[in-house]
Design a protein around this ligand. Structure first.
Ligand SMILES: NC(=O)c1ccc[n+]([C@@H]2O[C@H](COP(=O)([O-])OP(=O)(O)OC[C@H]3O[C@@H](n4cnc5c(N)ncnc54)[C@H](O)[C@@H]3O)[C@@H](O)[C@H]2O)c1
Ligand SMILES: O=CCCC(=O)O
Length: 495
């Protein structure tokens, strides 16, 4: 597409040009791939080259793990107050560099400048949150059956953590994990999504400025992720893997980790139901569905995937939703009037189109959209609403991960709960109602790690983020987010 910017003009317009790094970051050094190997990173809106990134080989990844291990020997002895101050400084530096960080997010991920700025603020909030949690890593004292003994517990950092993150939140998926790891006293080796390495590298640059000791945060970049995944999982030095990404890859990592019995936390794929009951405020539900379904152009793990609207309001809801969606302006994330950016790749576009075609062939009613926006480029898809959807359609059973809102009519609360739960994954679920009894009943009945009632936004640092079933395990953010990076040691003292 023709755009009012080029990647080069965005990079030269950064207030802090040092944030744009193309080398990997190991043990406080910026390192190139062995024999200078690199991979390309492209702007998803224009397909123009942003730059290259170092393609590390396994020897370099092993070295990063060794360096993180050496750093852990000292870092684990630091006080929680020291680590709190480091995180506070990292948080402040993210805010000082908010505009630049947001530009890098838009450039490599494609999301709009507003969404990118929101992501940077959200990402920084995890450093702030965990700076406040670090000094509160309490143990217990426990009465013993033996009067000559005293029992207490201490919580200690687990060790070197391997962190693997996706491209859809290139900053927040890193800070949510690294904030907890640093607060606990762990050291990390991070492999960011190959589509979006620059936000991760900019965060490493800021961490260094904040005074994070060398070896505590390491970023290994590569387009080829399979061997790095194997190394993280099989290297006995790595004690924990934290992964955000697809259920498919989560299963591979779990299998690979069995030989070394790693502690694992996985945030995997979802298929979020969004239920609009007959007593709901329809306009509020439309607003909520738009915010959740189309966040990041539908490429958010907690995005609504299936909308269930009570039969008595299905047509009204579908029309109002389609009217709002038809006002969207898709385009490059940097353009002022763009409301929704591109998808990450043309493969992602193709998957949305497969779901749309399948739903229409099986009797769904197209309300708006329904085709790739090839006039804008290979990565754009017209935001789409399809009503009269049923459970035989792929969009109901599979995560679309794109801008397709599919509306299924239902008749009873029991029936819709059963439909909502009839999937192997369980990350987020939403419903709209004014019936107070239903709020508790349905929240408790939904098989998902997170539920939004009359709201569509779940993400904040204080909220326990995570799934059940094949959406994974472990919780990020919140007071529980530290647990995954700590081990409890019981101590018995005899007198
Ligand atoms: N639950 C969450 O918080 C959350 C957040 C974002 C994305 N997701 C899920 O991720 C999926 C989309 O993201 P994606 O396509 O980038 O997912 P993905 O699983 O393909 O990739 C995620 C990360 O894993 C790496 N990876 C891929 N194969 C690997 C392997 N064999 N070994 C080690 N690393 C490997 C990738 O390079 C990337 O860094 C969706 O299903 C979405 O729901 C979940
Ligand atoms: O896509 C995954 C993360 C989204 C969020 O934290 O709200």
């Amino acid at each position: 597409m023709s755009a009012s910017y080029t990647p080069a003009s965005v990079i030269s317009g950064l207030s802090n040009p040092g944030l744009f790094r193309q080398d990997a970051y190991i043990n406080g050094q910026w390192v190139k791939g062995s024999s200078g190997k690199t991979f390309e990173v492209r702007d998803p809106a224009t397909d123009k080259l942003i730059g290259t990134s170092a393609e590390l080989d396994i020897k370099q990844v092993k070295q990063a793990i060794d360096d993180a291990s050496a750093a852990f020997k000292e870092f684990k002895k630091t006080t929680p107050r020291y680590r709190a101050n480091l995180l506070r400084k990292m948080y402040e530096l993210m805010h000082e560099n908010k505009e630049d960080l947001a530009k890098l997010v838009t450039l490599e991920n494609g999301k709009t400048s507003t969404e990118a700025t929101n992501e940077v603020v959200y990402a920084a909030s995890f450093y702030e949150w965990f700076s406040e949690e670090a000094p509160r890593i309490y143990g217990d004292t426990i009465p013993s059956v033996d009067p000559t003994k005293r029992i207490h517990t201490i919580k200690q950092p687990i060790g070197v953590c391997g962190i693997i993150t996706p491209w859809n939140f290139p900053a927040a998926m890193i800070t949510r994990k690294v904030g907890a790891a640093i607060a606990a006293g762990c050291t990390v080796v991070i492999k960011p999504g190959a589509e979006t390495p620059y936000s991760a590298l900019a965060l490493a640059e800021l961490a260094e400025k904040a005074g994070v000791p060398k070896g505590v945060i390491n970023i290994v970049t590569a387009e080829e992720s399979i061997e790095i995944g194997k190394e993280f999982c099989s290297n006995p030095i790595v004690k924990k893997i934290s992964f955000t990404g697809s259920t498919r890859v989560g299963k591979i990592l779990m299998q690979q980790s069995s030989s070394t019995l790693k502690k694992l936390s996985f945030e995997l794929g979802g298929n979020a139901p969004f239920i609009v009951f007959e007593d709901a405020d329809i306009d509020e539900a439309v607003k909520g569905a738009i915010a959740s379904k189309f966040r990041g152009t539908g490429q958010t793990c907690v995005c609504v995937n299936r909308i269930y609207a009570h039969s008595s309001i299905h047509d009204e809801f579908a029309k109002k939703l389609a009217d709002e969606v038809s006002k969207f302006k898709i385009g490059a994330g940097f353009e002022k009037d763009t409301t929704h950016g591109p998808m990450i790749t043309d493969r992602a576009v193709a998957k949305v189109h497969e779901h749309v075609t399948d739903a229409l062939e099986k009797g769904g009613k197209l309300m708006v959209g329904g085709k790739p926006a090839t006039e804008l480029g290979p990565n754009f898809y017209h935001p789409t609403v399809i009503s009269n959807v049923n459970s035989s359609m792929r969009v109901v059973s599979e995560e679309t991960f794109g801008p397709l809102a599919a509306i299924v009519p239902f008749d009873t609360e029991e029936q819709v709960i059963e439909s909502a739960n009839s999937t192997e994954v369980g990350l987020a679920a939403y419903f709209y109602t004014k019936d107070y009894g239903r709020v508790s009943r349905v929240s408790e009945a939904l098989e998902s790690g997170m539920v939004g009632v009359n709201v569509s936004g779940l993400g904040e640092a204080s909220f326990p983020f995570g799934g059940v079933k094949e959406s994974g395990f472990g919780r990020e953010g919140s007071k529980y987010g530290l647990d995954d990076y700590l081990v409890i040691k019981g101590v018995v003292v005899g007198y």
